[in-house]
Write a protein that binds this ligand. Structure first.
Ligand SMILES: Cc1cc2nc3c(=O)[nH]c(=O)nc-3n(C[C@H](O)[C@H](O)[C@H](O)COP(=O)(O)OP(=O)(O)OC[C@H]3O[C@@H](n4cnc5c(N)ncnc54)[C@H](O)[C@@H]3O)c2cc1C
Length: 458
């Protein structure tokens, strides 16, 4: 059934998608997904380069469509660095379709709210209800999880689907038109390289195009033992309900939530930093981090004081590409669209929707000759979406970081209705703003690919 047919049969009349921003036809997407078949007609031998969160998710999506998938990972052992990660509803919806629910359930936490807090007092200035609202509105939960647990769940699911994972296997060269890598036969290759270091990216990029821009920010990532926090009544209240708390202030913010079934308190501390990561001295990180947030909410300072070790990450934003594919290669993940983590969409975007989209697109080809068209459709749908998400993340970097003054007061006043449970039509909190919220979390990559295929007439 095509979307137009779906509309026709449901409404008895032809409905053209409106050109103005509207979700009035979104109900047809569900019908479209119900009627679409994600099982591939032409099984391919596919190589995925990189067994990070994105690479494994891509492998799962492809293997569950019926392709034979081999993942090459340069590291001698699998693992994830960093601490927590958010998996928003637009990703959990797709993870669920891929059969990840039983693999994730023991690891995930479902926060009830996101509270935006004033930097110096911790007073709530913005509030988004996630549970039950996001489940009810978007029919998918909003989770947080330890990255290592997420990685374990994806790894296990990939193995159960028969994905072959080759460790200590660094890919150094590609032949985009040919079909050889490591002397193996392959039909198609996905590369999920480390951001700007991507070799494959250079194959699809315009020569000389800059891959990313410095944002002028870096983030400390750390965890605090929850047992320590529970022992201090001044901060133990933060743990009473699973929630995300984000303190925002001049050029800085601190995002927090519990992970590891409530055992660990995850913190991402974003601050201005224009220095070259090559010059960073890890032994200074802890003291530098504490200095950056001096004078903030005393309770937050107390928690920061409990951090025993931290790692500083540079925060860059990718420059939107016009192409992700060349011949039989396509780049995905941070290699294609690295972004500030300020919409919590990097991986899931952030990743999840892309891999599911590529699985859907490739499942539709009738012969290997259709691969370039499948990539073209995938590219067209996904580049548009990720470029906009990069923009939304950069905007959060402005909205959250006002110094005290008229703009900050206007922003905080505009978020007041949501903190009081009153109706509102717009909000500078992009988790709450009705238009951004719907665009971000209602999005269904599979439905969008399906629609694009049907429009292409292939
Ligand atoms: C502070 C911070 C917070 C974040 N928070 C969130 C969040 O809450 N939610 C969210 O969705 N996203 C978040 N993100 C973004 C998210 O972490 C990334 O988008 C995601 O991890 C990217 O996954 P990837 O698989 O594309 O790349 P990577 O995780 O970098 O994996 C790449 C893999 O490829 C391997 N590799 C590289 N080159 C080769 C080669 N030549 N041969 C073989 N293997 C190779 C590497 O060893 C690695 O294992 C955050 C990012 C940061 C920095």
């Amino acid at each position: 059934m095509t979307r137009e047919h779906a509309k026709e049969s449901l409404e008895g009349t032809f409905l053209k998608s409106p050109t103005y921003p509207s979700n009035c036809l979104a109900f047809l997407n569900e019908k479209l997904i119900e009627s679409s078949n994600n099982t591939c007609r032409v099984p391919l031998n596919i190589v995925v380069v990189g067994a990070g969160l994105g690479g494994l998710a891509t492998a799962i999506a492809l293997a569950s469509s019926g392709h034979s998938v081999t993942v090459y990972e340069q590291a001698p052992a699998l693992g994830e660095v960093g601490a927590g990660i958010q998996i928003p509803s637009n990703s959990t919806r797709l993870l669920s379709r891929l059969g990840l629910d039983p693999y994730l359930e023991k690891y995930v936490t479902e926060p009830e709210v996101i509270s935006f807090r004033r930097w110096e007092s911790g007073d709530i200035i913005g509030l988004t209800c996630l549970m039950p609202d996001f489940r009810n509105i978007f029919h998918a939960p909003y989770y947080v999880i330890h990255r290592a647990d997420f990685h374990t769940a994806l790894h296990q699911r990939a193995l159960d689907l028969g994905v072959s994972i080759k460790l200590a296997s660094r890919v150094t060269e590609y032949n985009p038109q040919g079909s050889s890598i490591f002397s193996r036969e392959w039909d198609y290759c996905f590369s999920r390289f480390d951001r700007v270091k991507s070799v494959a990216r250079r194959l699809v990029d315009k020569p000389g195009q800059r891959a990313f821009e410095q944002t002028g920010f870096a983030a400390y990532r750390a965890t605090v033992d929850v047992a320590k926090m529970k022992a201090d009544p001044e901060i133990s209240w933060l743990l009473e309900r699973p929630s995300l708390n984000i303190w925002i202030g001049d050029q800085r913010h601190v995002m927090t939530y519990t992970i590891g079934a409530g055992k660990s308190f995850n913190m991402v501390l974003s601050h201005p930093d224009t220095t070259d990561p090559v010059s960073w001295d890890r032994s200074d990180a802890l003291s530098d981090m504490k200095r950056e947030f001096q004078g903030w909410d005393k309770r937050l300072e107390k928690i920061i004081g409990m951090i025993e070790s931290t790692i500083k990450w540079p925060l860059v934003s990718g420059i939107p590409l016009t192409r992700w594919a060349s011949g039989r290669i396509v780049i995905l993940g941070d290699a294609a669209h690295t972004m500030l983590p300020y919409m919590s969409q990097g991986k899931c975007c952030n990743g999840c929707r892309r891999w599911r989209g590529i699985g859907m697109s490739l499942s539709k080809i009738e012969s290997k000759a259709d691969i370039p068209q499948a990539l073209g459709i995938f590219e067209q749908v996904r580049i548009d979406r990720t470029s906009k998400m990069q923009e939304a993340s950069l905007l959060n970097g402005k909205l959250w970081h006002f110094s005290d003054g008229p703009l900050q007061r206007a922003r905080d006043a505009a978020m007041q209705p949501e903190t009081r449970g009153e109706p509102f039509s717009h909000s500078p909190n992009q988790w709450s703003d009705p238009a951004t919220q719907m665009w971000t979390y209602q999005y269904d990559a599979e439905a969008e690919i399906e629609i694009a295929w049907q429009r292409s007439g292939m």
